[in-house]
Design a binder for this molecule. Structure first.
Ligand SMILES: [Zn+2]
Length: 231
């Protein structure tokens, strides 16, 4: 079997999405990439998570041609491939319809920096790309979804290594990271931030965003040159 370790990692990432309550039934998908071999490991389409074994995962090349596997890959594979090709440092991609993050996508709103959990991870709002144009939807939809993400990052000069997540308007979130595990972590963090931001606006619809000093403090203690958070 090709890439046994990466198969295990990607299976574990998919199961973690279930354990964290980020997916319902077979919705959602996680993948990982071997940059050496230029092969992607992704969840098969429509297989229940509790029945999923490493051998069920599908391995494709960067053009989506199956290198190993008898099952069909997740229908969102083309989106993952676009992101892997454009973002050379990422090792994993996750797509879910987790409820709070998806609600922000459906409301077509960026998630403002209301709290320090957000600032621990990002200094800017979590971006929401606009809904896709009809022509993109009618065409190769999943492939074009990847370009909707790329276009937004390019137009807004966002750095994919600093902002590892996006909401696609009228759809749902995509996250990525250095590993499949980190991409799942980002999905869970995004869901938590989305929920807290929603609750914040319910309690106070004029809630202020976080002060710059707090954004800077929280981000830099984790990510700055003098970071001191963690071991
Ligand atoms: Zn979706």
């Amino acid at each position: 079997m090709l890439l046994p370790r990466l198969r295990e990692e990607v299976l574990e990432a998919n199961l973690e999405l279930v354990r964290r309550g980020l997916v319902l039934y077979t919705f959602g998908n996680a993948s990982g990439i071997s940059r050496d071999q230029k092969l992607v490991v992704i969840k098969p389409s429509g297989v229940p998570y509790d029945k999923m074994k490493p051998e069920h995962l599908v391995i494709t090349n960067l053009e989506g041609r199956i290198a190993e596997g008898n099952l069909r890959p997740s229908s969102d594979l083309p989106t993952h491939l676009v992101l892997y090709k454009a973002f050379p440092e990422i090792g994993g991609v996750v797509h879910t319809h987790s409820e709070y993050a998806t609600a922000w996508a459906q409301a077509q709103r960026d998630i403002p920096v209301y709290g320090t959990t957000h600032a621990d991870h990002h200094t800017v709002s979590i971006p929401c790309a606009p809904p896709m144009e009809d022509e993109m939807i009618k065409g190769d939809y999943e492939h074009q979804t990847g370009f909707q993400v790329l276009n937004y990052f390019r137009d807004h000069e966002l750095n994919y290594e600093e902002v590892e997540m996006i909401l696609v308007g009228s759809h749902a979130p995509f996250t990525w990271g250095k590993t499949p595990e980190k991409a799942v972590y980002n999905s869970a963090v995004l869901e938590s931030i989305a929920k807290m931001a929603y609750l914040t606006e319910q309690i106070n619809s004029n809630a202020p965003t976080l002060k710059d000093a707090l954004i800077k403090k929280h981000y830099e203690r984790k990510h700055g040159p003098d970071s001191y958070y963690g071991q």
